[in-house]
Design a protein around this ligand. Structure first.
Ligand code: ZN
Length: 164
């Protein structure tokens, strides 16, 4: 049994180690999913918000947050899902965008709320920076991602879809 030390900053630190189930290179904190944390004696309350509505990853995120905090000695751990607070890709922290790029995933443009306009914006290749890219229709999109192909360096890459 570990005795928890540190204040709420320590909790944020632990949550920064919990990866997003869809995009494991970024943490739930950098994804903008964790809304708030509150220490309550030896226990902790965490509020998270769903990313894509109906995303089955939500239950998984909640379990992972609970597990990570329990491992560090926090008990009880309460994770509340704030369904009224809407997440958008604009909530991505700058660190998350950098991580995506570093792992060859094109980050989303700023979402304006007009999805078809946002999807039509040019997408730069994370490998070579060229904007001469096309959606690779051989692969169907997921809720979160699309596959693109770069005509300049011929690499395929994933692009995180904008969501406003
Ligand atoms: Zn390229």
């Amino acid at each position: 049994m570990v005795t928890p030390t540190g204040g709420e900053e320590r909790i944020w630190e632990i949550l920064r180690t919990v990866p997003d189930p869809e995009i494991p290179v970024i943490s739930l904190v950098d994804l903008g999913v964790v809304r708030s944390v509150r220490l309550d004696g030896p226990g902790v309350e965490v509020v998270i918000r769903p990313t894509f509505s109906g995303c089955p990853a939500l239950q998984h995120m909640r379990d992972e947050v609970e597990r990570a905090l329990r491992e560090q000695g926090y008990e009880p751990v309460t994770v509340t899902i704030d369904r009224l607070s809407s997440w958008s890709t604009n909530a991505l922290h700058e660190a998350a965008r950098q991580r995506l790029l570093a792992f060859g995933i094109a980050p989303p443009p700023v979402a304006t709320g007009d999805l078809s306009a946002d999807l039509a914006k040019p997408v730069a290749c994370p490998q070579c920076g060229s904007s001469d890219t096309v959606v690779d229709s051989a692969f169907g999109p997921t809720l979160c991602k699309q596959i693109f192909r770069c005509k300049a360096c011929r690499q395929s890459f994933e692009r995180f879809k904008p969501l406003g």
